[in-house]
Design a protein around this ligand. Structure first.
Ligand SMILES: Cc1cc2nc3c(=O)[nH]c(=O)nc-3n(C[C@H](O)[C@H](O)[C@H](O)COP(=O)(O)OP(=O)(O)OC[C@H]3O[C@@H](n4cnc5c(N)ncnc54)[C@H](O)[C@@H]3O)c2cc1C
Ligand code: HEM
Ligand code: SF4
Length: 740
């Protein structure tokens, strides 16, 4: 017994240390993120540019797997115990965070209430306001190569269902989105024309030489796996050439689409090489369209270009790059590193805010090393033969110069869209095709956006797996119960005489076997923690599937282990282990579901929002009445309207009747001080309601704060479990502890 107690205390202490470390690390992270967010708000850099994640703080369980998933680094942070977009200005909408959230608390949306984003209006099938004309890729707001290709495949899937037999599809643009659309249609046997005004590859063909693109491998029809995480421009273009040959795609290069006449099913697409008939049209023309211009005198000269292809062309020359986005920074970096040019970069803001952290760091290093001059808060005023005139932080500067590379983005091909009759829509925090806003609190919202076909397929797989877990779980427990039905029902004394005792008891061949299998099975639960943290298992399946498996294993473990122990414990170690197992399971259930059912501040809690709104209305109503009734009444108002804080639940329950009685007493006093009876009654009702609302708010917040502790118990006791189990196994193997 003593030895057992020692082991339990030792394991408990280690687990406690692990718990404290966990708490401290979270607290530090939270402090850092909150500080960073405050700084961002002060600098007005907290509003995302376009596609970005929105975290539903009610659903968020503080997993933080999204933080680790972002390829751009620390863009999300931990604020108010939930994930939050902290470096909004650096978010470029990879969407990895949303995919890696185990409980689907993250949604990707365009724009915000403060900064709307104008995009072609499309439905969930990418069909625009003009029936039969679809918009995919960067033009529709989905930047990045993988996103553009994924949408291309999705629209092809849809078109294969709706294109009438014998009908053809015209795809405009052979960038990633257009190529993927063609591939999808080809694999489904739908006829198409892929028309490209320039060359295959879209924006990628215009990347600077040897630029390394960050993307992800994709499974493509007809060709299989395509791409890799880091891939050079040249490799990508060569890959697309191979893809075109292997799949037998036909691209009409040099065919600029000028207009789309006709209607759904009977389009006439006007191109620079002649007209093409089509049943459906897919616009995959990107947003580069026409590069945005500076609009300054001298811009029309030959020394100005709109992108860098080959840095070596500029050897020995004086080059000014204009812009602050990734293209501008990457051009400046390449020029500085790969040519002997004298390079300067001009950007209108005091800091680079619209680019990746990696690029910003490289520019800073080049500036520090004197290889690049950064002219911040500057504007080009005029471009002349041997120089450029700039306004730098309010002062006129003449910069000697031979070439200007303007990289200030591309104008949305609005004219083309307008001509094609495609309606635009301003997104203010909605997902593509979604009609209600995700940040509009208090209104019913969908947890996840309408979802692509891929999403829906994944959901079906997850539900099928959950059903399988249920069947397997019931079958295993049923079998174990059936196997020991004659034994487990017996009292302890009777069991000893039963012929099944030697095999069914915990140390018997059957009981022992069940214990070993259950322990190994239970330990597989730690794979979830590994999956969450490292890149090792990152590509192996959806994180939601991993959490489901975790829940399945975690729920089954105590049940199966109860059979191993033959529903009894006979030593302190086994008792502590079983108790820990049960607490781990209960806290797991709290974290996974119950926590999310309690409305949180700033979350979707309709009830909470209503209460808070009422609270404010009542406060506004009560203030003048109390002011008229004298000093004591003012204090009553201050108390009733002080900020609501969470507290310790048992104390709250004790305080509630006291507060209620105190208010009643004060109101009684007021009754004699206020002359107007009707007014007094109104005030009375308002204050009583205020108190009730305050209590409800405090209750929600306190409950949420209490439930937040689930993680600490869950993870800490999981560590304790492993240590206690190891001791339990060692003790039973080597010392025969409990072998009765
Ligand atoms: C400098 C830079 C760096 C980038 N780095 C990355 C990166 O590292 N990782 C990443 O994932 N993404 C990166 N991107 C973004 C990525 O390149 C784009 O999101 C992607 O190429 C969009 O694909 P798309 O097919 O929608 O459009 P695009 O690639 O722009 O292709 C559109 C095509 O349509 C053609 N077209 C346009 N109008 C017409 C017309 N009227 N008739 C016929 N054809 C027409 C164009 O010529 C073009 O070929 C970067 C972009 C830039 C500019
Ligand atoms: C044998 C039992 C279990 C063990 C050993 C165990 C272990 C763990 C550990 C170590 C973590 C921390 C993971 C991390 O943040 O890296 C964790 C998280 C979690 N567990 Fe369990 N668990 C068990 C059972 C359960 C059960 C039964 C449920 C639910 C019903 C559950 C739900 C969760 C949830 C929701 C998380 C948080 C996920 C996240 O933050 O991403 N667990 N568990
Ligand atoms: S850059 Fe992408 S992964 Fe990172 S936070 Fe933004 S949307 Fe999420």
């Amino acid at each position: 017994m003593e030895r057992g107690l020692f082991v339990v205390t030792f394991a408990g202490t280690l687990a406690l240390i692990a718990g404290v470390v966990h708490l401290v690390r979270r607290a530090l992270r939270q402090r850092r993120s909150s500080r960073e967010l405050r700084e961002k708000i002060e600098k007005n850099q907290h509003i995302p540019k376009s596609l970005h994640p929105v975290v539903d703080t009610d659903i968020c369980i503080g997993s933080l797997s999204c933080l680790k998933a972002c390829p751009e680094g620390d863009i999300l942070g931990l604020v108010d115990h939930a994930a939050r977009l902290v470096h909004a200005d650096h978010c470029i909408g990879h969407g990895k965070c949303a995919a890696e959230c185990p409980v689907g608390a993250i949604k990707l949306v365009f724009g915000t209430a403060e900064r709307g984003v104008d995009l072609p209006e499309v439905d969930e099938h990418f069909e625009s306001s003009r029936p039969g004309v679809h918009v995919v890729g960067e033009l529709g707001g989905m930047g990045l190569i993988k996103n553009a290709m994924t949408q291309g495949l999705q629209v092809a899937e849809r078109l294969a269902e709706v294109v009438p037999k014998g009908g053809e599809v015209v795809i405009v643009g052979a960038g990633p989105a257009g190529l993927a659309t063609a591939l999808g249609l080809q694999s489904r046997g739908v006829a198409y024309h892929l028309l490209e005004q320039d060359t295959v590859g879209g924006s990628v063909a215009h990347y600077p030489r040897r630029k390394v693109a960050m993307t992800e491998p994709l499974d493509l029809p007809l060709v299989g796996k395509f791409g890799k995480k880091l891939i050079s421009k040249e490799e990508l273009l060569a890959g697309w050439q191979r893809l075109i040959e292997k799949a037998g795609l036909v691209v009409a290069q040099g065919a600029k689409v000028e207009a789309i006449h006709g209607e759904d099913g009977k389009f006439e697409v006007v191109t620079s090489l002649g007209n093409v008939a089509a049943a459906k049209v897919v616009l995959a023309i990107g947003r580069r369209g026409t590069p945005r211009k500076l609009g300054v005198p001298g811009e029309a000269t030959e020394k100005v270009s709109y992108g860098l292809k080959d840095p070596e062309e500029f050897n020995g020359a004086r080059v000014l790059v204009v812009g602050g986005g990734d293209s501008a920074l990457e051009a400046a970096i390449q020029l500085a590193n790969e040519s002997s040019a004298t390079v300067a970069i001009s950007y209108r803001s005091p800091e680079f805010g619209r680019c990746r952290e990696a690029n910003r760091a490289k520019v800073a290093a080049l500036v520090a090393g004197g290889r690049l001059t950064a002219l911040m808060a500057s504007q080009v005023r005029a471009i002349e033969a041997g120089h450029v005139d700039l306004d730098v932080a309010g002062k006129g500067v003449r910069l000697p110069n031979d070439h200007v590379i303007v990289a200030i983005g591309g104008e949305l091909p609005t004219e083309f869209l307008q001509k094609a009759g495609i309606g635009m829509r301003r997104y203010r925090g909605q997902a593509l095709g979604e009609t209600t806003t995700s940040v509009d609190l208090g209104k019913p919202r969908k947890r996840r956006h309408a979802g692509t076909a891929e999403d829906r397929r994944l959901q079906r797989i997850l539900w099928a797996l959950r059903f399988l877990y249920l069947v397997v779980g019931v079958a295993v427990i049923g079998y174990l119960a059936w196997k020991g039905q004659d034994y487990y029902a017996l009292a302890k004394a009777e069991r000893l005489k039963h012929p099944l005792h030697p095999t069914m008891k915990a140390a018997g061949s059957w009981g022992h076997g069940v214990g070993i299998v259950a322990t190994g099975f239970m330990l597989s639960n730690f794979f979830y923690a590994i999956r969450k943290r490292g890149r090792l298992l990152m590509d192996m399946g959806d994180i939601r599937g991993w959490l489901d498996f975790h829940v399945f294993v975690g729920t089954m473990s105590p049940l199966v282990i109860a059979f191993h122990a033959a529903f009894g414990v006979n030593n302190v170690l086994a008792a502590a282990t079983s108790a820990a197992l049960v607490v781990v399971m209960i806290t797991g259930l709290v974290g996974r579901w119950i926590f999310g059912m309690v409305p949180a501040h700033g979350g979707k809690a309709e009830e909470y929002e209503d209460l808070a709104a009422n609270f404010e209305r009542l406060r506004a109503f009560a203030a003048p009445e109390l002011a008229r009734a004298g000093k004591g009444a003012g204090r009553l108002l201050d108390e009733a309207t002080a900020p609501v804080r969470a507290g310790w639940l048992p104390v709250l329950f004790l305080r509630w009747p006291l507060e209620w009685a105190r208010l009643r007493l004060h109101l009684l006093g007021l009754r004699f001080r206020m002359g107007d009876r009707a007014r007094y009654l109104d005030l009375n009702r308002a204050l009583v309601k205020l108190l009730r609302l305050r209590w409800q708010l405090r209750f929600y917040r306190s409950l949420k704060a209490l439930l937040r502790g689930w993680r600490l118990f869950h993870a800490t006791l999981a560590v304790f479990l492993v240590l206690a189990l190891a001791a339990h196994v060692a003790v039973s193997l080597y010392l025969g502890y409990g072998l009765q």
